[in-house]
Ligand binder design. Structure first.
Ligand code: PBG
Length: 331
């Protein structure tokens, strides 16, 4: 008998065999593009730590979403940067708030041609930069905050969001949002919960992009400890019980183990957010000549899918979707 008998290399010999044996496919329709819309600017503002990304005006946002739709992306997720911030973040639920205006105009233009997701949080809107309102002792008041999340979600649904994505990591946020949506006639608006969101340094560039770094303290009393894996599963299961239609793990590349466990623990769609710092790392390394940008991005996104994510939120969504259409033998 010849040795070895099992020869996995047989299925790696040609591009056709590799395609046939491939376990995970990465498609444009798996990718969600995050966009920043900023009030009070006349021209888009580039984001220094994130090549190719910019703060959009209402007009340039339309062009960005046009491009994402043409590229075949699954959805866009919107973040707003208001002119005026206050202690309660009241622009987050204002009828003429920047995200509400953006949602209305995108809905008018695109109808049901694309899926619009609204990030639901307070940190871009509060003058102190925390994801909730502060109590007398200066800590984030959980229950007062989730009340406000309900208001934000309702205003975003009214403006045309298909999906509300709470990212503040408050206890009970999904239940509070679901109740507010149902009570206001938005039974059909879905909730994508940032269920396992870590207190990660990888959000650094985003805080420049969204102008939302906390003025004092940090987010470790509400975002999860990077050392924990089981807690992520527990948190996700709670979110589904409270009514989350979809769940999310964030960051992605530093939490692939968590993506895999969350995938096993639930039947709802799982998204993973390849965050701003992960984007910045890949692009800085590529710019320094460490590797090819396109190959590195597609490898990273494929790895996130392989770990178990159905959907990947990535700043590379528009470009990667175009690259994928050209690829025939990747990774
Ligand atoms: C909070 C929010 C953050 C991100 C998405 N939603 C920042 C934070 O929690 O500090 C980070 C996304 C990224 O880094 O790409 N509204």
């Amino acid at each position: 008998m010849a040795f070895p008998t099992d020869r996995p290399r047989r299925l790696r010999r040609t591009a056709g065999l590799r395609a046939l044996a491939r376990e995970t496919r990465l498609l444009p329709g798996d990718l969600i593009y995050p966009a920043f819309v900023r009030e009070g600017i006349d021209v888009p503002v580039p984001i220094a730590s994130m090549p190719h990304q910019q703060q959009e005006t209402l007009e340039s946002l339309t062009a960005a979403v046009d491009d994402a739709v043409a590229a075949g992306c699954a959805a866009v997720i919107l973040f707003g940067i208001p002119v005026a911030k206050d202690a309660h973040g009241s622009q987050a639920w204002a009828e003429d708030g920047v995200v509400q205006r953006a949602l209305r105009s995108l809905r008018r233009r695109f109808g049901d041609e694309t899926v619009l997701i609204a990030d639901c949080c307070l940190d871009e809107y509060t003058d102190h930069g925390h994801c909730g309102v502060l109590g007398d002792d200066g800590s984030v008041d959980n229950d007062a905050t989730i009340e406000l999340y309900g208001r934000i979600a309702t205003s975003q649904a009214a403006a045309g969001a298909d999906i509300i994505a709470p990212s503040g990591m408050m206890d009970g946020q999904v239940g509070a949002i679901r109740r507010a949506l149902d009570a206001n006639g938005f039974q059909h608006t879905a909730v994508l919960s940032y269920s396992a969101k870590y207190a990660s340094v990888m959000y650094g560039p985003f805080r420049e992009a969204a102008d939302c770094a906390p003025q004092s303290g940090d987010r470790r009393s509400y975002q999860m400890d990077v050392a924990n894996q089981r807690e992520a599963v527990r948190r996700t299961v709670l979110d589904v019980q409270e009514g989350a239609d979809m769940v999310m793990v964030k960051p992605a590349l530093t939490a692939l183990d968590v993506v895999a466990r969350v995938r096993d623990a639930t039947d709802v769609p799982v998204a993973a957010y390849c965050v701003s710092g992960e984007y910045a790392m890949l692009h800085a390394a590529a710019a320094a000549g460490a590797f090819d940008e396109r190959a590195a991005v597609l490898e990273a996104l494929t790895a996130i899918r392989r770990a178990g994510a159905d959907l990947v939120i990535t700043y590379d969504a528009r470009r990667a979707a175009r690259w994928l259409r050209e690829e025939d033998d990747r990774v």
